[in-house]
Design a protein around this ligand. Structure first.
Ligand code: GDP
Length: 321
């Protein structure tokens, strides 16, 4: 039986007495989760770097999680990448993500983990989904081809969570964040998403005194951006308050054209030259704005405005990249 999200009243997690395993704890999302869990006073937070534990290795993953015996698992481990990486390496994106999520969930099941949060992405929704995109749009139409491999894996993950609920009664959940950004993002121009790519490109141009920066596509697609620290707060709240087989969106609630994002980032960095659009590069999905009424009804709203988030992410980039 499907549990209706509105009807569920959860008991509060006592973070001080909770051991949380964050898969992918060094990444953009995982590191934000660790910050939020520390601030919430989590009793113990565990994580392994990819060098310490390769989550594609089934036996090693089962052993590590069985030994650690966490109470809560948040799966923020994934092979991620921007529009070019995703469309150039579909085998890697499909295979690695299927392996990682299946191994982590099977291991958590074997270790009898009570609460599990699986994180996906807004690219799981159909290319022509009605905007803003509601959770019920899942599997109602064809996917955007440029990120289909990643999306297919994440859709399988959502259904695997649901399967554990159905077959074993596990109180496991999945959530779908919009485009994320913040400290520890991937700033590699070949594989990154658009916002860190803009920070990298405009910073380099400012440093070298270049008059022009070339970016991809037409600039017309619209995207929504959420800072990872806002996302992390949403995740903690969902672990406390959400218990449904249906996935739940996490977004900012509004979007902007890529062209406007380019201007915002250029402005924060202080690049005053020309922005040229290479239309031989793909635009990807025309728009993917999430409907966030479900999570807003639980009391969560984001707080970090795009310009402030870009500025603090740029500060991080200057200090660390
Ligand atoms: P998407 O949201 O899955 O499409 O992934 P991206 O964040 O990689 O791309 C978002 C949009 O930004 C697409 O329309 C890209 O063509 C555009 N874009 C413009 N310049 C760049 C760039 O330098 N890197 C990336 N990754 N995207 C860019």
């Amino acid at each position: 039986m499907t549990v209706l999200w509105k009807d569920v009243h959860m008991t509060e997690i006592d973070w001080a007495n909770t051991k949380v395993y964050v898969a992918g704890h060094r990444g953009l999302v995982g590191s934000a989760l660790v910050r939020a869990l520390e601030a919430a006073g989590a009793g113990e937070i565990i994580g392994w770097s990819s060098g310490e534990l390769d989550l594609r290795d089934r036996d090693a993953t089962l052993d590590a999680i069985n030994e650690a015996q966490p109470d809560v698992v948040i799966d923020a481990a994934a092979r991620v990448g921007g529009i070019m990486a995703n469309s150039t390496y579909p085998v890697d994106f499909l295979k690695d993500n299927l392996l990682i999520q299946t191994n982590v969930m099977d291991a958590a099941h074997a270790a009898n983990v009570e609460r599990f949060l699986f994180l996906g992405s807004s690219c799981i929704y159909p290319r022509h989904a009605t905007q803003p995109i509601r959770e019920s749009s899942l599997m109602t139409g064809p996917l955007e081809p440029t990120n289909q491999a990643y999306a297919m894996a994440k859709i399988a993950g959502i259904y695997y969570i649901e399967a554990f609920r159905t077959q074993y009664g596990r109180r496991w959940i999945s959530a779908m964040p919009t485009n994320l950004y913040g400290p520890r993002d991937n700033f590699n121009l070949e594989t990154s998403h658009v916002l860190p790519a803009f920070i990298h490109r405009f910073h380099d141009a400012k440093q070298s005194g270049a008059e022009k920066v070339t970016v991809w596509g037409t600039g017309a697609p619209r995207r929504e951006f959420l800072h990872v620290d806002d996302l992390a707060q949403a995740c903690l709240l969902l672990l406390q308050k959400y218990d449904s087989s249906e996935t739940i969106n996490i977004g900012w609630g509004d979007d902007l054209p890529i062209k406007d994002l380019a201007e915002t980032v250029a402005n924060v960095i202080g690049f005053e030259g020309e922005i040229e659009w290479d239309t031989s590069k793909p635009d990807g999905m025309p728009r993917k704005l999430l409907d966030t009424s479900r999570i807003n009804a639980l009391g969560w709203y984001p707080s970090i405005k795009l310009r402030d988030g870009v500025a603090s992410t740029y500060d991080w980039y200057l200090e660390n990249a």
